[in-house]
Design a protein around this ligand. Structure first.
Ligand code: FES
Length: 95
């Protein structure tokens, strides 16, 4: 196949607002000692929240959970998850 006929498209979001960045920072500070449970493929794991690792998807993957993702930008919904307790905040929401 000729490289000339291969097309690609990438989606990305811009930088988060200062307000959102401050809220994310405050949440990360508050999150010390907090854990979350993730159910994937029939198994359930409780994972400590470590803000330094990134968002919940990053933390789950760092804990060797094979959580699905594609864009990591809040666009494709591949990482969509149901929150059954507690609360979460999206730093970027393009919807
Ligand atoms: S990986 Fe695309 S929205 Fe999460």
């Amino acid at each position: 196949m000729s490289p000339a006929v291969i097309l690609s498209e990438r989606f990305a979001t811009g930088p988060i607002s200062a307000e959102r960045a401050a809220a994310a920072h405050a949440l990360a500070k508050r999150g010390g000692g907090v854990s979350f449970s993730a159910t994937l493929g029939g198994g359930r794991r409780t994972i400590p929240f470590e803000a330094a690792l990134g968002d919940l998807l990053d933390i789950a993957r760092a804990a060797s959970l094979h959580a699905p993702f594609a864009c990591k930008a809040g666009v494709c919904a591949t990482c969509r998850a149901r929150v059954t307790a507690g609360e979460v905040t999206m730093t970027t929401n393009t919807a």
